[in-house]
Ligand binder design. Structure first.
Ligand SMILES: Nc1nc2c(ncn2[C@@H]2O[C@H](COP(=O)(O)OP(=O)(O)OP(=O)(O)O)[C@@H](O)[C@H]2O)c(=O)[nH]1
Ligand SMILES: [Mg+2]
Length: 254
């Protein structure tokens, strides 16, 4: 019997206490018109998400699970998933949340975006995108983070903090995911900064982002301070780069 073709895209799905969501999100991904390989990266969730993911993986070829010893952060979880997907040879590497804020039905659009862009972002802040069920403080936080990312780092994408993304393989072969210093949510800003600086093309496709229906948010006040530190560190790096370019002169002709 002929072997089935390997799916072109791997979806890295970080989980921490997503017991109520994991099975439904995997089912939704399996029902998409594109076939994807799912890599769950679970940080020893106290609610048993990891064991549930193992059950799914035993039953379904297209699901695998990476277990880590404890809550080691979202950024490091992405990096672990990317390393696995790159080693397995996937051409497209996607990331999304496991809580249905990122509706799996948008994934084919992101994968389609990879025909045009090195990195495609599922964006809340372009025409056709949006956010539902967010209070004003959450909206303000997201707006603030994006405005700072545009002004301080010169990022062009409208939604710099979105975790719904599709990277072409060569992007993550060039910008080493493990070299990103930020770990939490600001991993996404630092990754985008490095991708843009490396000269890759970045495009956006609209999504409506819905607040999680089940389970608890993991975003904490600490994350906000960490994001501010990350932006400060990167903008310093950017300024140093600009200064170095200003003072570097071609050698005078002999
Ligand atoms: N493996 C791993 N996954 C994490 C960690 N922190 C968050 N996640 C997962 O990353 C995704 C995004 O986290 P959320 O808690 O939904 O964070 P958020 O989307 O910013 O916040 P809410 O939507 O308000 O809950 C979800 O699938 C989480 O389960 C972590 O430290 N390790
Ligand atoms: Mg969420």
């Amino acid at each position: 019997m002929a072997e089935l073709a390997q799916p072109v895209a791997a979806v890295v799905l970080p989980t921490y206490n997503e017991r109520e969501n994991i099975e439904a999100i995997v089912t939704a991904l399996r029902n998409l018109p594109v076939s994807v390989h799912v890599i769950v990266v679970d940080d020893n969730s106290p609610d048993g998400t990891g064991a549930l993911a193992d059950q799914l993986s035993r039953a379904l070829d297209e699901v695998e699970v990476i277990h880590r010893s404890g809550k080691l952060g979202l950024g490091a979880a992405y990096a672990a998933g990317f390393a696995r997907a790159l080693a397995a040879g996937y051409e497209l590497l996607c990331t999304m949340d496991a809580d249905f804020s990122h509706d799996p039905s948008y994934l084919p659009n992101l994968i389609d975006g990879a025909k045009r862009y090195d990195l495609t972002i599922g964006s809340r802040y372009i025409r056709g995108g949006g956010v539902v069920h967010w209070g004003w403080s959450r909206k303000l936080l997201s707006w603030g983070a994006n405005t700072v990312a545009h002004m301080a780092l010169g990022l062009h994408a409208r939604d710099c903090t979105a975790g719904f993304r599709c990277y072409r393989r060569r992007v993550l072969e060039t910008v080493d995911p493990a070299s990103i210093r930020a770990n939490g949510y600001s991993y996404l800003i630092e990754m985008l900064y490095n991708v843009q600086r490396a000269g890759f093309t970045v495009g956006e496709t609209p999504i409506i982002f819905a607040d999680r229906r089940l389970g608890q948010s993991k975003i904490s006040r600490n994350e906000i301070y960490r994001a501010m530190r990350t932006v400060a560190r990167l903008s310093l790096r950017r300024m140093k780069g600009t200064l170095t370019r200003c003072v570097t002169r071609d050698p005078a002709p002999a």
